[in-house]
Design a protein around this ligand. Structure first.
Ligand code: BES
Ligand code: MN
Ligand code: ZN
Length: 504
């Protein structure tokens, strides 16, 4: 198996642009740019940039790319001009993507050292620019072709971030490094197929990542899960020869804000066949990424520990396959959750909410006061919001707003969806407390309402990443494959704990 990612050396430098020593010099260019801060740039391109703009080959529209040679005594070998759109619309999110585009452009050309010019923009502070450019360069250094035996991938060795005038940006740089690296750790897990990443392997790899980051690790096996009476997790696991696992991680820093415990719960279905309510063959291979919520929680916890976020965090990741074996649960079966509530399983393919229900309950047993779960939960969410935006559900609105704002800082697009009680009647059962499916209308919402039953009315947010965990159509800033969505959102949320500590 090939290495799928490597973290380049990332540094901040005040070196003049013409003296930046790199294989590829990456310069964002705005629409209608006068390059007042980079007067020699056009000359350094041998006039290519001006000519390309003159004939409309390069307009500076967001994510356009123009690569040419660097001449005229500049130290860099080649120039990558990356479109940044109108200067007044510049955001940290856009800068992160520009850094990724530049990094990917370098790797495609077998260039391994880059320098990125962080040009001033009204909407982005220099600290934020350093952080997100580091993140962007590092996530560019991921290659999912881990089982190809020809041509190992080219990785970036180093990325210099140029801030004119220099300065001390150690904290922002470290945040960016850790966020980028932990995003890639999560993508590496999501990328693994179902046969190499069984629940036991997932648990062991998650535990190893967590221990290396300094987290406290508890790994519950099938016996312990049964002792805790997690009937929903056990129920889903019954159809498989592979036993389930529950990975529990804790971050307990000395500097923790008092009175709050953040509880993170991630869906860890290592492969979802649908079970007895089996899925069609087409696209079933994609269901290897059905543990991406769990992988996001593992990546986020590693970042939280390494950045020593000032809050106690417990993480719970239920892990199992959803298979149609001879002992599998069947439509109409009743499961009793660890909380004691009973569920009539109408469709065994609605398994994520089952394992998460026991996971949310367990996070509460461990003292969580504020909950966030993350899951590739419903096809209905993909219908509602498409492939670029995660569904964000929850209550109260103050907690929803905190998670939304963390997702904005992270560059993980998400958007609020309703959880009105009115939808609850769709989960009515004749025989049990409720069913696990609410029919097609509002399918992402009824799934969220099912989860809400297990939150004990604590502040809770549910992120449905069914559409966003895996990129199908490659974008300039996001190659096809695992995205690592959610890692930075959850880490940003924990880092900002002192701002939401009083939120009930
Ligand atoms: N893992 C799937 C959801 C999913 C679908 C993720 C498409 C990514 C892309 C989930 O377990 C599932 O099968 N959900 C069902 C629920 C239904 C049976 C109520 C769905 O969305 O069809
Ligand atoms: Mn399913
Ligand atoms: Zn699933």
């Amino acid at each position: 198996m090939n290495t799928v990612h490597r973290t380049p050396t990332v540094t901040v430098t005040g070196t003049a642009t013409r003296d930046l020593d790199a294989d590829l010099l990456i310069v964002p260019a705005f629409e209608e740019d006068d390059f007042a801060d980079e007067p020699e740039l056009d000359a350094a391109s041998g006039g290519e940039l001006g000519r390309a703009r003159g004939r409309g080959e390069f307009k500076g529209k967001a994510y356009e790319l123009f690569v040419t040679s660097a001449v005229g005594g500049w130290k860099a070998r080649r120039l990558a001009i990356v479109g940044a759109g109108p200067r007044r619309e510049m955001t940290s999110d856009r800068l992160r993507r520009i850094a990724t585009i530049g990094g990917l452009a370098a790797r495609q050309r077998r260039l391994t050292t880059v320098a990125i010019v962080l040009r001033p923009a009204p909407g982005v502070s220099v600290d934020t620019a350093v952080q997100v450019a580091a993140e962007g360069a590092i996530v560019a250094n991921f290659d999912g072709a881990s089982y190809k035996t020809e041509q190992p991938p080219i990785f970036l060795e180093s990325a210099q971030l140029q801030v004119k005038g220099g300065g001390a940006f150690d904290a922002a740089l470290e945040r960016g490094r850790v966020m980028g690296e932990c995003t890639n750790l999560s993508r590496e897990l999501s990328n693994e197929p179902g046969n190499t990443l069984t629940p036991r392997v997932f648990a062991d790899r998650g535990a190893a990542i967590a221990r290396a980051a300094g987290l406290h690790v508890d790994l519950l096996d099938e016996g312990k899960i049964a002792e805790l009476k997690m009937g929903m997790l056990l129920g889903v696991g019954r159809g498989s020869h592979e036993p389930p696992r529950m990975l529990v991680l804790r971050h307990e820093p000395k500097n923790a804000v008092k009175g709050v415990v953040l509880g993170l719960v991630g869906k860890g279905i290592t492969f979802d066949t649908g079970g007895i309510s089996i899925k069609p063959a087409e696209n079933m291979d994609k269901m290897k990424d059905d543990m991406s919520g769990g992988a996001a929680v593992i990546g986020a916890m590693a970042a939280i520990a390494r950045l020593n976020a000032p809050v106690t965090v417990v993480a719970v990741i239920p892990m199992t396959e959803n298979m149609p074996g001879g002992r599998a649960i069947k439509p109409g079966d009743i499961l009793t959750s660890a909380e004691g509530k009973t569920v009539e399983v109408m469709n065994t393919d609605a398994e994520g909410r089952l394992v998460l229900g026991d996971g949310l309950w367990y996070a509460r047993q461990l003292g969580a006061t504020h909950l966030v779960d993350i899951a590739t939960l419903t096809g209905a969410c993909v219908v509602a919001l498409g492939k670029s935006t995660s569904g964000l559900f929850g209550a109260p609105t103050g907690w929803v707003a905190e998670v939304l704002s963390a997702s904005e800082r992270a560059g993980d697009r998400s958007w609020p969806m309703p959880v009105f009680d009115d939808y609850k009647e769709q989960l009515k059962s004749e025989i049990a407390d409720f069913t696990n499916t609410g029919g097609r209308p509002g399918g992402a919402i009824t799934a969220a309402l099912f989860l809400k039953e297990f939150t004990g009315n604590l502040p809770w947010v549910h992120l449905d990443i069914a559409g966003t965990a895996w990129a199908e159509e490659p974008k300039p800033y996001q190659p096809k494959g695992a995205t690592g969505v959610g890692v930075r959102t959850l880490a940003e949320l924990a880092l900002a704990a002192s701002s939401w500590v009083n939120l009930k």
